[in-house]
Design a protein around this ligand. Structure first.
Ligand code: ATP
Ligand code: MG
Length: 333
């Protein structure tokens, strides 16, 4: 049976957080059997805004792989592979840069947000501005048609498909397939301070490896409604981080709807909703943390998993690269 291919990945900039769980990991777990799946440890992409600190990018390769294994990614079914060690990805990236304009890259809403968040101004590293083309190379090199990602990634998938259409048009055949993003209902999870999305680079995250004490203090510090001073006051749900997390993680959504109504009427304290959320997060993270601790004792095993996955990825992407080069009829020796 020919299963559709999934390609997703994470930048190796830090341990994964509950935003990743809600945004993409839960879908990746769901599709392990029905799809052929590749997970990319995106160290090359991580360098696009971390070139000053390559050690951080290196260190987090193992951290992110540990997170994958700890949440239940099964290396027997899903290939975990290292981006910088797959030459065809870099070669296709160079090629794809010719099928996108600087103006289009600068218009990408995700890139615009990220440039603003990082305060780059015009001093944006060229690699960062161009990473959507590299991401298009990642997705298409695996011939992935399904990409489970967080909401912030939707414009990047659109841009990938634009590049695919241009290449197919020049080649005069459907050498590359278009891809479809699968975005979870919960959308993008905000950071604990409520200002931006939760992100590894912003110190606003709850890691999947967080200790019980770290979870407790993050929930305590969480942004709610600054005008909801007394329990009997009416409170706001919009922008309230605790409710955003309850939406994403509480299995009893009917009860959450009732709690929201009560909060808006007045009579429900922040302490009560925070206590409910803390229990849910402690229960979610505790088994992941335990399994991660066990796995981190066996670095050799983790390395073997990455090596095997990368080998499979090399074969797959090399074949696609050859097809693209043939379809474009480039000179070959
Ligand atoms: P960085 O700060 O280094 O960019 P990040 O936390 O944004 O890290 P990425 O590696 O860029 O994480 O993203 C990997 C995947 O996780 C993407 O599919 C992205 O959409 C998803 N994701 C990241 N943050 C969130 C979030 N807060 N809510 C939902 N999904 C998210
Ligand atoms: Mg990111």
């Amino acid at each position: 049976m020919n299963r559709p291919t999934i390609l997703t990945g994470d930048r190796t900039t830090g341990p994964l957080h509950i935003g990743h769980y809600a945004g993409s990991l839960s879908n990746r777990l769901r599709y392990q059997d029905s799809h052929e799946q590749f997970l990319l440890l995106a160290d090359s992409q991580a360098l696009t805004d971390n070139a000053h600190d390559p050690q951080k990018v290196r260190r987090n390769v193992i951290e992110v792989a540990l997170d994958y294994l700890a949440v239940g990614i099964d290396p027997g079914r899903t290939a975990i592979c290292l981006q910088s060690q797959i030459p065809a990805l870099a070669e296709l990236s160079m090629l794809y840069l010719n099928f996108v304009t600087v103006a289009r890259l600068e218009r990408n809403p995700t890139i615009k947000d990220e440039i603003r968040a990082r305060g780059f101004g015009r001093d944006i590293p060229a690699g960062f501005l161009c990473y959507p083309a590299a991401q298009a190379a990642d997705i298409t090199a695996f011939k992935a048609t399904v990409v489970p990602v967080g909401e912030d990634q939707a414009p990047l998938i659109e841009q990938t498909n634009e590049i695919v259409r241009r290449i197919n048009a020049v080649a005069g055949c459907l050498v590359l397939p278009e891809a479809r993003a699968i975005i979870p209902k919960a959308g993008r999870l905000p950071g604990i301070h409520g200002k931006a999305k939760m992100s590894k680079s912003s110190r606003n995250a709850i890691a999947l490896s967080a200790s019980s004490e770290q979870i407790r203090s993050a929930v305590r510090a969480m942004f709610t409604d600054p005008n909801h001073l007394r329990v009997e006051d009416p409170g706001r749900i919009e922008g309230n981080v605790v409710f955003a997390y309850l939406d994403a993680f509480d299995p009893d959504q009917d009860e959450i709807a009732e709690l929201k109504a009560q909060y808006q009427r007045g009579g429900l304290g922040d302490g009560t909703i925070k206590a409910r959320l803390e229990v849910i997060l402690q229960d979610l993270i505790a088994p992941i943390r335990e399994r991660r601790a066990q796995l981190s004792e066996d670095r050799g095993y983790v390395l073997e998993v990455i090596k095997e996955g990368t080998e499979r990825a090399r074969e797959r992407t090399e074949a696609t690269k050859r097809e693209v080069v043939n379809a474009l009829d480039l000179f070959q020796l």
